[in-house]
Ligand binder design. Structure first.
Ligand SMILES: [Zn+2]
Length: 422
């Protein structure tokens, strides 16, 4: 006998993947019982007794922590797959014109709904999101994420130069709007949503804006996210704009933007000195392999991260990334590892896509963790053969996109997405 997937989870029986806390891997419990209390926290997690009076909740499926997307762009949702790279040309031709459309609140509201559903349907429960430079669109994104039940960091994208006027906001106005949004949303609903200081990248921010952004982050104790070292033309431009700085990373370091709550996306062409500085500052990395392939940017070597003990998560980087699926990104990260001489496994990459990402967001006490007392952010994945040996099971979850998929997504035990017919 089976029961339908409920709106509010109370108890589950089935195969559960429990992420290890501090190393990439999972404990597989083939027949577990998981109980969730009224507040959405896990109150019991144990191997099912024999005999067990509870029927299996969803046969042919696996329960695991929801995915965490450490880097994507809300206003690029509708231009996924626009083959107009490399980076700087793609920004000019495709991205800036599209992001300008988010000055229109009606358009922003419509896309916000699509954007959130795209994440939830792929099992993403939390994300670090770049909004556009429009405060109104950022407000709409917060409201939508609050309503649909998603977790995450959201940032007003800061840019005050080297882009069309319609997507620029001068430093004072942008920082004023960022402060207002942070005061309204940072820590919303028990820490489900946070405001993130988000300079787009060094090219699009004057030194005044970078410094002001860092000052605001320190004053309000906010996380920071930005791009770095994605493309050689970008790096050359940064060198011309900041000739007195030792490196690209040094621009952010001297502005005061780097600490244990800074998330740096791409990190493809960093020098060893930059990698060491990044590690010393305690920054985290968002690895965006699909985007890196699509814009021909290059590949980030995972071993540079692993050998320095840097926190790392995976990012779809929609819209340069062509999918909202962290499973596909994990597969792409596997390909990247092959090309860069890095050792990894599907199991490890699945951990980066969930628990690793939660650590990058600074939300690992709230999500990406299946333990008594933790909030129940879970997904149910269809798995054609739940009896597979663990290594094959992880391979199947990461690489077999055609057969298996997300049946339902839960945040704090509440269903936020269900596939038709589940
Ligand atoms: Zn990006």
């Amino acid at each position: 006998m089976t029961i339908a997937l409920p709106m509010q989870l109370r108890q589950i029986r089935g195969t559960v993947l429990i992420p290890l806390l501090d190393q990439p891997g999972f404990k597989l419990v083939p027949d577990a019982v998981l109980v969730i209390d009224d507040s959405g926290r896990i109150s019991e997690l144990k191997t099912a007794p024999d005999p067990c009076p509870i029927p299996e909740t969803k046969p042919g499926c696996i329960w695991m922590p929801g995915f965490v997307d450490t880097h994507l762009h809300f206003p690029q949702s509708r231009v996924v797959g626009s083959a107009s790279g490399p980076l700087l040309e793609w920004l000019d031709e495709t991205i800036f014109p599209e992001e300008a459309r988010f000055l229109d609140a009606h358009y922003a509201r419509m896309v916000a709904d699509e954007f959130c559903l795209s994440m939830l349907s792929q099992g993403t429960v939390a994300a670090a999101v770049y909004s556009s430079s429009a405060p109104s669109a950022t407000q709409i994104l917060f409201e939508t994420m609050a309503r649909v039940g998603l977790r995450g960091l959201v940032g007003l994208t800061l840019m005050d130069r080297m882009a069309p006027q319609r997507v620029l906001l001068d430093a004072e106005k942008a920082l004023g709007a960022a402060r207002e949004l942070a005061e309204q949303w940072h820590g919303f609903d028990g820490g489900r949503l946070e405001f993130c200081i988000t300079p787009r990248f060094a090219i699009s921010c004057t030194p005044k804006l970078l410094k002001g952004a860092a000052k605001l982050a320190h004053e309000l104790n906010l996380p920071v996210q930005t791009h770095i070292s994605e493309n050689q033309d970008e790096i050359d431009t940064v060198r011309q704009l900041f000739p007195k700085h030792e490196s690209y990373l040094d621009v952010y370091a001297r502005a005061g933007l780097l600490d244990g709550r800074s998330i740096l996306a791409h990190c493809i062409h960093l020098s060893d000195d930059e990698w060491d500085l990044l590690a010393d500052k305690g920054c985290s990395v968002s690895h965006c392999p699909d985007s890196n392939f699509f814009l021909g940017s290059g590949q980030m070597a995972l071993h540079k991260v692993q050998s320095r003990g840097i926190e790392c998560g995976l990012g779809t980087d929609v819209g340069a990334g062509r999918t909202f699926s962290l499973r596909r990104i994990a597969a792409s990260a596997y390909d990247t590892a092959l090309l860069t001489g890095s050792q990894t496994t599907a199991e490890e990459l699945l951990w980066y896509a969930s628990r690793g990402g939660a650590k990058v967001l600074g939300m690992d006490d709230r999500t990406g963790r299946l333990e008594v007392g933790c909030e129940a952010d879970l997904i149910v994945m269809k798995q054609s053969d739940t009896g597979l040996k663990p290594a094959r099971l992880f391979d199947s979850l990461v690489f077999q996109h055609d057969q298996n998929g997300v049946e339902a997504t839960y945040v704090r035990g509440r269903r936020v997405y269900m596939k038709d017919g589940s």
